[in-house]
Write a protein that binds this ligand. Structure first.
Ligand SMILES: [Zn+2]
Length: 422
């Protein structure tokens, strides 16, 4: 199946483990996401203290270890705003080991930052997952040894539920769907770095919650919602700025009842997340989304679950059994339940569905996310002083190397690393 996630974690390429420290720079052929790269020939970008440094002229050499990627394309590192797990681990496990597993899996697929996404679960389980992210992030800050392995950075928590519509639970466990609760949300905000919440804006009490979220600088995402077109528009008026997996688990587009999908596709104020696996959404619908939203309002997500990068079979999500077969994840009743997609495959699928070349499609894995989350001064672009979170692709848009904060997190071809003393 052409549009499936066709790469498994066990495929070619190896992580570089603990042997490599920071790199001083890299040479690449083409760069997107910047205004400063010299056009038309290979160029060299320096990394300086974890940040993007200056471009070097043709004859200047990098002092220290560098990557020879003269045949590659350099992009801002990928950001996944909606991911539950991978490599056998899930955010809801609420353990440091699980977050470390996800983080080191993701760099193999070009991801340099992600929002750890919860599912609709009990109050205690959700709090535990959020508090675990908080602990993990403070630990990661204090580690920082130059030779320790580096994975994708956790940028915050995305709460998917529990204040969603019982009419559109998708694969969220209906037993835990509940009305918006301000005290509970307050507790979640206190427990850790909550940055996004997916909710159904038409539910009673959602208005208060949206206000609380916006006050706390948390992005509000509509999803798992029965909102009509008018209700969705009203929610966007109040500051809802993203839609969770557009088309899935929301009211659809009918020409007299445009629904939530109609509101998302017709309103430039809202970013549209998309699971571009060819299973959740037909390629023609991906193309429609691309045309309506454009590259800087479309956000590719994985919505990946723990089965990603693992053999097919039986897994779980939110205490429900999930069966993975032929690249699709389903509950017992056939409902789609997350994906085994990776963002690099999503980008290739989206390019194939839209017909967009990489020069047009690249913002859908980095800049759109960074802008939607208000962190585009730090990531999502390659500019001097931004974090050196970078992804190198070959001409087939496959990941060659991933750099997180100026440190090599993944390298497919070892010969590319040069200038090391050992
Ligand atoms: Zn999800």
């Amino acid at each position: 199946m052409a549009l499936n996630n066709d790469e498994r974690a066990t495929g070619s390429g190896t992580g570089i483990g603990t042997t490599i420290a920071g790199i001083s720079g890299l040479t690449a052929r083409t760069v997107f996401g910047t205004v400063a790269a010299p056009p038309g020939h290979a160029f060299t970008l320096t990394c300086d203290g974890g940040l993007v440094g200056p471009w070097l002229g043709e004859d200047e050499e990098v002092d220290g270890p560098f990557l020879d990627a003269a045949d590659c394309i350099l992009l801002p590192g990928f950001i996944d705003v909606h991911i539950h797990g991978s490599g056998g681990a899930d955010v809801m496990d609420a353990t440091a080991e699980s977050l470390a597993t996800i983080s080191s899996f993701l760099v193999r697929h070009g991801v340099t930052g992600f929002y750890a996404t919860t599912v609709t679960a009990s109050r205690a389980e959700t709090l535990a997952a959020v508090a675990n992210v908080a602990r993990f992030c403070s630990q990661a800050c204090s580690d920082g040894g130059i030779d320790s392995p580096v994975g994708a950075r956790i940028l915050g928590v995305h709460l998917e539920g529990p204040y969603i519509s019982g009419k559109y639970p998708g694969a969220q466990n209906p037993a835990f769907v509940r009305p918006p609760s301000a005290p509970e949300f307050e507790e979640l905000l206190d427990a850790g770095p909550v940055r996004m919440i997916t909710l159904a804006p038409e539910e009673e009490g959602a208005g208060t919650l949206i206000e609380m979220a916006l006050d706390a600088n948390v992005r509000v995402v509509l999803g798992h919602t029965a909102a009509t077109f008018d209700e969705a528009r009203a929610a966007i008026d109040t500051g809802v700025s993203q839609a969770t997996h557009t088309f899935n688990a929301m009211t659809g587009l009918h020409h007299r009842q445009p629904g939530t999908v109609g509101a998302v596709l017709s309103d430039d104020r809202i970013y549209a997340q998309l699971i571009a696996d060819g299973i959740h959404v037909h390629p023609a619908a991906m193309r429609i989304l691309g045309r309506c939203k454009g590259p800087t309002r479309a956000i590719l997500i994985s919505d990946a679950i723990r089965a990603t990068g693992m053999p097919e079979g039986r897994y779980d999500m939110g205490r429900l059994p999930v069966f993975v077969q032929d690249g699709a994840c389903r509950l017992e009743d056939g409902t789609l339940a997350g994906s085994v997609l990776t963002l690099d495959a999503a980008l290739r699928n989206f390019m194939s569905a839209t017909g967009w070349p990489l020069v047009q499609a690249w913002p859908t894995t980095s800049l759109s996310q960074a802008q939607a989350m208000g962190i585009d001064d730090e990531v999502g672009r390659i500019s001097r002083g931004a974090r050196a979170d970078l992804t190198l692709l070959d001409t087939e848009s496959r990941v060659v190397a991933t750099i997180v904060g100026g440190r090599l997190a993944y390298l497919r071809d070892h010969w590319r690393l040069q200038g090391t003393t050992d």
